[in-house]
Write a new protein. Sequence first.
Length: 393
Amino acid sequence: MSRQPYLTSRLQGYDTTIFSTMSALAAEHDAVNLGQGYPDDDGPDEVKDAVIAAIRDGRNQYAPGHGVGPLRAAVVEHQRRFYGIELDPDTEVTATAGATEALCAAILALCEVGDEVITFEPYYDSYVANIAMAGAVRVPVTLRAPDWSYDPEALEAAVGPRTRLIVLNSPHNPTGKVFTRSELEHLASVAVAHDLVVVTDEVYEHLVFDGEHIPIATLPGMRDRTVTISSAGKTFSFTGWKIGWMCAAPELSAAVRAAKQWLSFSNNTPGQFGIATALALGDDYYAGFRSDYRRRRDRLVAGLREVGLEVHEPAGTYFATADVRPLGYDDGMDFCQRLPAEVGVAAIPNVAFYDDVDAGRPYVRFAFCKSDATIDEAVARLAKLAPGPGGRP
């Protein structure tokens, strides 16, 4: 990768995300884009109507830095309703520009230069960019197929005198892993024993097909050392509105808010009113959302297997990871770079999310937050892919 002459050394190598790169290739070749995770469908009309009403009612100026009251109250009720978590809307809930800003603000606020941050790889790429911006050091712990479990001894060995944070993502992007209760209890025990803060990205909390989503903040000793982050983009299919939220104990919230105010100060005011409405939707919405995406998962997984890929069925999220080696490829990056031009499909090479490139090399992520027609067209095109350099077994 060429060096960018004006870019600070901390961000060298982070100038372009893999999502932008692959989406550009998709556009160039008119490819079906199963790479970037944005839905084909919008969310509920009543949520759109709430935003339109907020605009017409004059809710168009700066919101309070920590978010409008109705959204913070709706987040409190959501956490109580689904997880039994009690929060103070004034001191423990903060609206953000999507989960992306919340993650950045948390890492910037909580890490000194030289502090270490444990991440599970494959990791979402913004985590490592945020760590770099903070001048901190990432320490990866690898999740391994087929169940994407981690070695408890590896996590314990990753903790050192400069460790400050553990970044957790469950349900996990890109693998679709849902961390089990026993894994979370182990992780919590490590955090408590070493006085660490856990920053947890839970944006796919309502897309769990197998197992259950357990917020680590609900485990013993974790209430006051967890920053919980989620987003409307994934649960309500309004990714372009960039409405997220962060929940944490008052002292942690105050620290993250101190950083957040210098990033965006405040966020999309009418959108916040709309998402307050969304969070209050009935159980039928959440159940239907999960059921619909389980069906889409099954459709894509079946199609990819018919093509000849080895697919690790995701327990959550709207992504499926496939091993490309059965098609005669051994390099997921090369596979993804060929796809748009050769058959008109775009996907994401998981190796972009690894320090251990050998561990991530054969895996590719496909998104199923798409219509049936889009999924079927992608599968039909993939069936025309020529064998890889290694040939088909």
